[in-house]
Design a protein around this ligand. Structure first.
Ligand SMILES: C[S@@+](CC[C@H](N)C(=O)[O-])C[C@H]1O[C@@H](n2cnc3c(N)ncnc32)[C@H](O)[C@@H]1O
Length: 214
């Protein structure tokens, strides 16, 4: 059991359940993206703003990361939700960006080894049925001298809010397929990956990582 999971969230959702959840939520996630950006935008900019070369955004969702990426990259975004990918396509057009979007499972990335200069992902390991497998896949498809970057959420370090998160964790998981008290550092450690740099913010709920793919 991954540290930070709750008993209910230790039962991984199937990909079909996750797809159904995001089919239902894609429209509202897209509509409330401004709020998401207000809360997480600075962390995305800090962690993803200097990537270069061929970049893979894993579980790109509606494309919230895209605006924080620099010019001149070759962007590939993947997700398992067609509805989220459709919003991501709109996002690319609205930003005037080029990119390739594909429906691919993060736990079985259909890419060759060492194919990307940077692999990024935001607010995703909480949703993957097997987040350790997904992180290992991200490291596999990243060049050895490349970089894996994450912006993840977890339990707050503010006690009353952490207690609220614990109280609502199972309901939140059932409704959103999101383990919101999962400890991202524990998942990275369980994947056996070395952290080059990490930082926390937003009352301890956000942790960002630069990870060594080797
Ligand atoms: C909370 S959203 C985050 C989206 C985006 N990265 C962001 O920061 O706003 C989680 C995303 O993970 C995707 N997802 C869940 N499991 C996946 C999997 N196994 N492979 C690929 N995408 C997956 C969902 O479809 C959803 O778009």
């Amino acid at each position: 059991m991954t540290p930070g999971r709750t008993p209910a969230s230790d039962r991984p959702k199937s990909l079909a359940e996750i797809r159904a959840t995001y089919a239902e939520q894609a429209e509202s996630i897209h509509r409330f993206e401004r709020v998401n950006r207000l809360l997480t935008g600075r962390y995305r900019r800090e962690r993803f703003g200097d990537v270069t070369g061929r970049v893979l955004d894993v579980a790109c969702g509606t494309g919230t990361n895209f605006r924080y990426l620099p010019d001149g990259i070759e962007l590939v975004g993947i997700d398992i939700s067609p509805e989220m990918l459709a919003k991501a396509e709109e996002q690319l057009a609205a930003l005037g960006m080029d990119g390739t979007l594909r429906n691919v499972d993060a736990e079985a990335l259909e890419f060759e080894d060492d194919g990307f200069d940077a692999v990024i992902s935001a607010l995703s390991t909480c949703t993957f049925p097997d987040p350790v497998a997904a992180l290992r896949e991200m490291a596999r498809v990243c060049k050895p001298d490349g970089t894996v970057r994450l912006v993840e959420h977890g339990r707050s370090d503010v006690a009353p809010f952490a207690r609220f998160q614990e109280w609502r964790a199972d309901a939140h998981y059932e409704r959103n397929c999101c383990r919101w008290t999962q400890e991202p550092s524990a998942v990275v450690a369980a994947a056996g990956l070395s952290v080059r740099d990490s930082s926390t913010g937003l009352f301890g709920t956000i942790t960002t990582f630069e990870i060594d793919p080797e």
